[in-house]
Write a protein that binds this ligand. Structure first.
Ligand code: DGP
Length: 114
């Protein structure tokens, strides 16, 4: 999508601090970190949010999920613990309309999920 900020990051038109990349996925540091480790994982192909996950291929879906585990290992938070969050729609305050998963860790996280 031309005007999607995460598509622009995926195309390299906007710089980002890359943590992981493969054929289907890009992971980069959140510009406004909410934990010592805060990485955003996106499928390179644009879909809006979890409501459109069926538009991705099985390979893309697996790559996004696997990237969460890979990023946690790369960031050294796999054993200490981390949280994976995907905000979907207005009630969840989704601010960027391109499916993404936040990987948060590096400190004791809030017990409040909502
Ligand atoms: P959400 O509320 O789930 O839609 O979170 C979107 C996140 O994306 C938010 O935590 C900030 C991050 N973000 C927005 N624009 C940029 C950007 O240009 N670069 C980076 N690295 N992160 C961004």
């Amino acid at each position: 999508m031309d005007d999607c900020i995460f598509c622009k990051i995926a195309r390299g038109e906007i710089p980002s601090a890359k943590v992981y990349e493969d054929e289907y996925v890009l992971a980069f540091r959140d510009i406004n970190p909410m934990a010592p480790t805060h990485v955003v994982i996106i499928p390179k192909r644009h879909v809006r949010n979890m409501n459109e996950i069926a538009l991705l291929s099985e390979a893309e879906r697996l790559a996004v999920l696997s990237a969460c585990e890979k990023v946690a290992a790369l960031e050294g938070v796999a054993e200490s613990g981390y949280r994976v969050v995907s905000n979907c729609g207005p009630d969840a305050d989704q601010s960027v309309q391109h499916l993404h998963f936040h990987v948060l860790g590096g400190a004791k996280l809030s017990v409040n999920l909502a």
